[in-house]
Design a binder for this molecule. Structure first.
Ligand code: SAM
Length: 196
């Protein structure tokens, strides 16, 4: 049984500290997917303070979540948060750059959730396809990035991120192994069913 009171505190603190955690409507969509798919193994790229990893473990009873975080301070907080809600047996944090860590993983996942550096989304998708099981699902959050991705937005600051998110969407649509939907929930969620 997870400690829901602690989970609410973790969410509140993350929002107060402007840590970008999954939005409620995006989580609602993923909750339904988890309930339908009943995953055993979930991989998350981008832990932050562990909020979404905790929610995924909460909604998929029996599943193990591996989650990757670059920032050591955040990973430390995530570890503490996971302990507070009582999920330390279910969630495993890998500390480091996912670009380096992903190629070292040799495990099959039912669901992969991408929620990290937007400029690396195409790399995460490639690695995700390698690591997801046949008929598994790859999810990518923030895929519409405040609407920039589908507009003619071209400001320097976010230009690289926008270009890579557009590249992700193009691959999600064109790659024959992927059957994808782009939902306008939260900041945009890509859902790709993978046939290998
Ligand atoms: N999934 C979290 C949640 O909903 O609670 C939020 C994740 S936050 C949007 C993105 C996190 O990804 C940040 O904490 C950031 O440090 C981490 N990150 C960014 N680039 C990364 C990379 N290349 N490898 C691993 N983590 C990365």
């Amino acid at each position: 049984m997870i400690n829901l009171e602690e989970l609410e505190k973790i969410k509140k603190k993350a929002l107060e500290e402007h840590i970008p955690i999954i939005m409620d409507d995006t989580l609602e969509v993923i909750k339904k997917i988890l309930e339908e798919e009943k995953p055993t193994n979930i991989l998350e790229i981008g832990t932050a303070v562990g909020y979404s990893a905790i929610q995924f473990a909460r909604y998929s009873e029996g599943a193990c979540v591996d989650t990757i975080e670059l920032n050591e301070e955040r990973a430390k907080t995530a570890k503490e948060n996971i302990k507070k809600v009582g999920l330390e047996e279910k969630i495993n944090i890998l500390i480091g750059n996912a670009v380096d860590i992903l190629p070292t993983i040799n495990k099959e996942y039912d669901i992969i959730f991408i929620d990290a550096n937007k400029g690396k989304y195409p790399i995460f998708l490639e690695e995700g396809i390698r690591l997801v099981k046949n008929n598994g699902i790859i999810l990518a959050d923030n895929i519409l990035y405040k609407g920039y991705v589908l507009s003619d937005y071209n400001k320097h600051k976010q230009r690289t991120a926008v270009r890579h998110l557009r590249e992700y969407i193009a691959k999600a649509i064109e790659d024959e192994r992927l059957k994808s939907q782009i939902l306008e929930v939260g900041d945009g969620l890509a859902i790709s069913r993978v046939t290998k």
